[in-house]
Design a protein around this ligand. Structure first.
Ligand code: ZN
Length: 617
């Protein structure tokens, strides 16, 4: 089924002003990925044209990335021709993604060739690659991507296999020919290719749900039976939660590699789920991967089917507006933790540890003293790539993490006010469920969110959300935890979620004791909390800790110094390198090791326990 856009009148009028919707004969795209392992993919396009001035556009605003992240710098070797004769092009002096040319009289098809040279360790490794069609094409500027039809083919490296939600027309000797689709559907249907490939069917209910994995080694494709059971339950729990699906089939496109595997991008009928080689075997990575899978899958409903009007753009040129990302990403973040817990991929304790970690991080984010949550979403164009140094003061993509706390708060409020009869599940069923369908886009506004919440449980949701989203709030929204029967506490026992984060970024997170995040390898300061003891002593990002209390840097020496600070009367002494100078800083801290956890509050019912109860079983 062709994706349909259901738009409000205001949005339709906006679109008419900026795009033309003209029926087009199809363009063809031939992708040669035989050299994917060395990060070069060759692209050949034939685009229907008319004589006269023409502007070609390279996709700039990428759905799901909410930003102008089209990798224009990776487009090289661009050549235009018609009937074998070269045609000159000139880049627009302001819009770097646009290329102007003049089509000679009598020409109705333009040949375009270029190479996509992806940066090492981004989209490919020696044994696998993600084929993102938006990197491999240009199109006629000003035409709605629903109105452009594309016939695509893909040539694979010898012996490599393939998976995609894109429907196949034919396959011959490592070359795939796909059925004609719109440009919208093509960009929404990436492929994974790789030397080591395995498929795990996830349901037997008639509708295809599949886990397609390519990995750097055959061993990385092995999955424990209980993990597979968990992923099968994830499909059932999501259906029980939303009550309908908006896809024809669904494929998790998994890439497992320590060199180019990482990804997390949602699509209507698939998701790109990339992680390290040991994602299915390492205990911590397995927990992290379950959250990635839950998150990207929930996006098929919250993000692809229902999308903020400001993010539902008609092509890849119009700017996106991110002010509702605390719904798009925040609610998905919440469901991406609830669904693994309901599926058994996470234990109840794993869920509480994740909530404790996010609650502590948001509560200790010093940037919340100057910056409202909504600003992290409005500024999405630069919050995603924002540097690690001074992140605590700057804030980061907090619309995910704090968004998750806001939706937990709303869930617990609905459950409490309805005496357990209703929950946020009822909101999701009304907002994201409805009639089952193929891929459809139904944009929404802030008012639509408020009105649907009111249909579930009458309450002043507008004020509830405004207070948490749109104004500077010195404290994180912890109502979901405290009203849910739990307390945020700090003990010397490491938090599971903090361990996962430290494992993946090779760091030591002492945010809740010294107020620093350090590189495990050499003690380089990655970030500081300006309200914490380390910053007050003089420590700043970029400095390197050489010694602690007179002993050479090691993680053991550091942990020991922090732990014994509890009984010590003297400050912790750091010798720190700042450029070519060394300084001694005395950190006056006596709290010992501190990590966040949730502790049961027996004066209130355990609503959090209700949230993660299976709905499907
Ligand atoms: Zn997301």
């Amino acid at each position: 089924m062709k994706p349909i856009r259901i738009l409000s009148i205001a949005v339709i009028l906006f679109f008419i002003n900026v795009t033309l919707t003209v029926a087009q004969s199809p363009m063809t795209l031939n992708v040669d990925a035989t050299e994917a392992a060395r990060n070069i993919i060759h692209s050949r396009l034939r685009i229907p044209v008319k004589p006269g001035p023409l502007t070609l556009f390279y996709p700039k605003w990428i759905p799901g990335e909410h930003s102008p992240t089209g990798p224009i710098n990776d487009l090289v070797g661009l050549k235009l021709s018609a009937g074998g004769k070269s045609i000159a092009w000139r880049r627009d002096e302001v819009e770097m993604f646009a290329f102007h040319c003049d089509i000679p009289a009598g020409v109705d098809v333009l040949d375009v060739t270029f190479d996509d040279v992806s940066q090492p360790e981004t989209t490919a490794s020696a044994k696998l690659a993600r084929i993102k069609w938006n990197r491999l094409l240009v199109y006629t500027q000003g035409i709605n991507s629903d109105a452009i039809n594309v016939k695509t083919s893909l040539k694979l490296p010898a012996g490599w296999r393939f998976a995609s939600a894109l429907p196949i027309a034919s396959e011959n000797k490592g070359e795939l020919q796909f059925k004609q689709v719109t440009l919208t559907e093509l960009v929404d249907s990436p492929a994974i290719i790789g030397a080591n490939f395995r498929v795990f069917p996830l349901s037997s209910t008639g509708m295809t749900h599949e886990l397609d994995i390519v990995a750097d080694t055959p061993a990385a494709l092995e999955m424990k039976p209980e993990t597979l059971t968990g992923y099968r339950r994830l499909i059932d729990e999501a259906y029980a939660l939303f009550g309908a699906r908006h896809y024809r089939s669904y494929k998790f496109l998994v890439t497992l590699s320590d060199h180019g595997g990482s990804e997390g991008l949602e699509h209507h009928e698939s998701s790109e789920d990339g992680a390290g080689e040991k994602a299915l075997s390492d205990e911590l990575e397995l927990l992290d991967f379950a959250e990635l899978m839950g998150h990207e899958y929930a996006h098929s409903w919250n993000g692809k089917y229902r999308r903020p009007a400001g993010l539902a753009t008609p092509d890849f040129e119009q700017p996106m507006r991110g002010d509702l990302l605390w719904v798009y990403e925040g609610l998905t973040q919440y469901l991406g933790q609830v669904l693994p817990a309901r599926s058994g991929l996470w234990s109840p304790e794993d869920f509480r540890e994740a909530m404790a970690a996010v609650a502590a991080e948001m509560e200790n984010q010093s940037g919340r003293e100057w910056r409202p949550l909504v600003d992290t979403a409005v500024a999405v164009q630069f919050t995603y790539p924002s540097p690690r140094a001074w992140m605590n003061y700057r804030r980061r993509v907090d619309y995910y993490h704090e968004g998750s706390l806001i939706w937990l708060d709303a869930d617990v409020l609905i459950r409490t006010r309805s005496n357990g009869k209703l929950s946020l599940d009822d909101f999701c069923r009304k907002f994201h469920g409805g009639q089952g369908s193929g891929p459809v886009l139904k944009p929404y506004t802030f008012d639509d969110v408020v009105n649907t919440l009111n249909e579930v449980t009458p309450y002043d949701w507008r004020s509830f959300l405004n207070a948490r989203v749109n104004v500077v709030a010195p404290h994180a929204p912890l109502g979901g935890i405290t009203n849910g029967g739990w307390k945020l506490v700090y003990t010397d026992k490491p938090n599971t979620e903090v361990r996962i984060a430290d494992h993946s970024r090779k760091s030591i997170d002492l945010s809740y004791s010294l107020g620093v995040l350090l590189k495990e390898e050499d003690g380089t300061v990655m970030d500081v909390n300006p309200n914490g003891p380390a910053f007050k002593a003089g420590v700043a990002p970029g400095m390197k800790i050489l010694s602690i209390n007179g002993r050479t840097w090691s993680t053991d020496v550091l942990h020991e110094a922090v732990a014994s600070s509890k009984t010590s009367t003297t400050p912790i002494e750091f010798v720190v390198e700042n450029g070519s100078f060394n300084e001694t800083y005395k950190v006056n801290y006596h709290g010992g090791e501190r990590y966040p956890h949730l502790e049961r509050d027996n004066t209130k019912p355990d609503v959090l326990g209700e949230v993660i109860k299976s709905r499907a079983r």
